[in-house]
Design a protein around this ligand. Structure first.
Ligand SMILES: [Zn+2]
Length: 187
């Protein structure tokens, strides 16, 4: 019940920023019950003759809960929207985790490829009989080191940015997560 509904129920008249009514809790000849709207829809009651607010409420057949601001009830559409957003947030987090796993696997594959190639070249090197035969093998071996460094850098870069996104996502509020998934306009 809002302050104005209560004022109406008590046939109160406007007074200042609120209303004044006859107090139902005592024999009130001249109105002494002040009614006002407080913060966040809270109803403020005061009997200037000294009645306790709980006595005033009891005389009205009301409970404290009746004059507390109404709980925000979510519409079914809003509940659905929030649940959908939560599910999207979970699946987005999984996707990022999957992506990190994929990156790691790609990198390991790449590294294993390079290691295999290195082992093959080392075997070729041992098999080579002359320096002329060894020369090209050594060149190819020398090229492999920068390749593995490059692969590692690529992996670290991709991993860092995805890990950062995941950490950001995990630390974000549900509202921020919605923005991350849907963009600012559709969140
Ligand atoms: Zn009173």
């Amino acid at each position: 019940m809002t302050a104005s509904e209560l004022a109406e129920k008590l046939h109160a008249r406007r007074s200042g920023r609120g209303w004044i009514a006859r107090c139902p809790s005592h024999k009130d000849r001249s109105p002494s019950l002040s009614i006002a709207a407080g913060e966040a829809g809270r109803v403020l009651l005061k009997c200037f003759a000294g009645c306790e607010t709980s006595a005033v409420l009891a005389a009205l057949g009301l409970r404290w809960a009746d004059i507390l601001p109404p709980r925000q009830k979510l519409s079914p559409a809003e509940m659905h929207r929030q649940r959908f957003a939560r599910e999207q947030a979970e699946s987005a987090a999984w996707k990022i985790r999957d992506r990190i796993g994929e990156l790691r696997r790609d990198f390991m594959d790449c590294l294993h490829g390079i290691e295999r190639r290195q082992a093959e070249l080392v075997a070729e090197l041992h098999a080579a009989k002359t320096d002329v035969d060894r020369e090209p093998v050594l060149d190819r071996l020398a090229q492999l080191a920068p390749q593995s460094t490059e692969a590692l850098e690529r992996f670290n870069f991709a991993f860092d940015s995805d890990a950062k996104t995941l950490a950001q996502f995990a630390g974000a509020s549900p509202a921020e997560q919605r923005v991350m998934i849907f963009g600012a306009e559709n969140a």
